[in-house]
Design a binder for this molecule. Structure first.
Ligand SMILES: Cc1cc2nc3c(=O)[nH]c(=O)nc-3n(C[C@H](O)[C@H](O)[C@H](O)COP(=O)(O)OP(=O)(O)OC[C@H]3O[C@@H](n4cnc5c(N)ncnc54)[C@H](O)[C@@H]3O)c2cc1C
Length: 257
């Protein structure tokens, strides 16, 4: 089985985020980056298939030079090979552009299973997975919390509102967008990190994929800003009973009760 895992590199969760001078994105210099949290669970799920039998795991990431670091980490965790789309046009592309790039790679690789994260920790569009499946012409499902491989395909549990789970079945090839918490993500072993140095990273451009000029964002990011701190927020102190009493009288005061 060939599994293609789409990895996005995002600002590290502890990174200090300052908005760039042009106000359209964050200042990326001098901050640490890491693999998108959802994608680490997707990668772990793919590596578990590899551990239990025949599977080749190919990791794909779109972004600038720094992305090779994320791919090396994934190779160190056990992925077999990596594809890096390093192209300025791709970097600023929107969810559809990102999906088009991943789709052209999927058409070259012809995987039995594509895994994405449910969403990215920074863009939060939660759109690339579904778009990619549509562009490749394969069925998909999202918010996956459990994967069972059967002869005919996959039996999956996906998360619904309120913690309910829905059981769905998909034939292969298909795409699943993975939810966090589906498994326990492994760390790259020292042996794995050493071996990763020899594993291939194939670097491509949008042009190589026949997509030059076709991935410009249709949605323009006008402004990125941190909302001003709201004033008038009042912290109610005391024991639970005291807090409840104060809250009720406050609500009554506001004529809401
Ligand atoms: C400097 C900069 C400028 C940008 N300008 C714009 C703009 O003007 N307009 C606009 O619409 N968007 C713009 N974007 C892109 C946007 O922020 C999102 O990255 C893009 O829309 C995809 O959405 P998402 O990352 O939230 O993915 P989601 O839809 O949340 O999907 C997440 C999943 O898709 C896969 N995935 C997503 N991105 C990648 C990747 N790069 N490589 C591999 N897999 C990936 C991963 O599996 C991930 O878990 C810009 C990004 C940057 C860095």
């Amino acid at each position: 089985m060939k599994i293609m895992v789409c990895l996005k590199q995002v600002p590290h969760q502890d990174a200090r985020l300052d908005v760039r001078s042009d106000g359209t994105w964050i200042q990326e210099d001098n901050i640490k980056f890491e693999i998108n949290s959802y994608d680490t669970y997707a990668l772990e799920e793919a590596l578990r298939v590899k551990d239990s039998g025949e599977a080749e795991v190919v990791v794909v990431s779109i972004g600038p030079d720094r992305v090779s670091q994320a791919l090396r980490t994934a190779l160190g965790m056990g992925a077999d090979r990596a594809i890096h789309v390093n192209d300025a046009e791709a970097e600023n592309s929107d969810a559809l552009g990102i999906a088009k790039i991943l789709a052209s790679i999927a058409k070259e690789e012809n995987p039995d299973l594509i895994m994405t994260g449910l969403m990215s920790d920074d863009g939060n569009f939660s759109a690339v997975g579904a778009m990619l499946a549509e562009l490749v012409g394969i069925p998909h499902t999202t918010a996956v919390m459990k994967v069972e491989h059967t002869d005919s395909g996959l039996k999956l549990e996906r998360e619904l509102e309120g913690g309910a789970l829905e059981v769905v079945e998909l034939p292969r090839p298909c795409l699943i967008a993975v939810q966090t918490g589906i498994n326990q993500v492994r760390y790259a072993s020292l042996k794995g990190i050493m071996a990763a140095k020899k594993k291939p990273i194939d670097v491509k451009t949008a042009g190589d994929l026949g997509l030059a000029g076709q991935i410009a964002p249709k949605m323009k990011i006008e402004k990125v800003y941190t909302p001003p701190k709201g004033d008038g927020a009042e912290m109610i102190e005391g024991s639970t009973d005291e807090v409840v009493a104060k809250l009720v009288s406050k609500i009554k005061e506001l004529g809401l009760l």
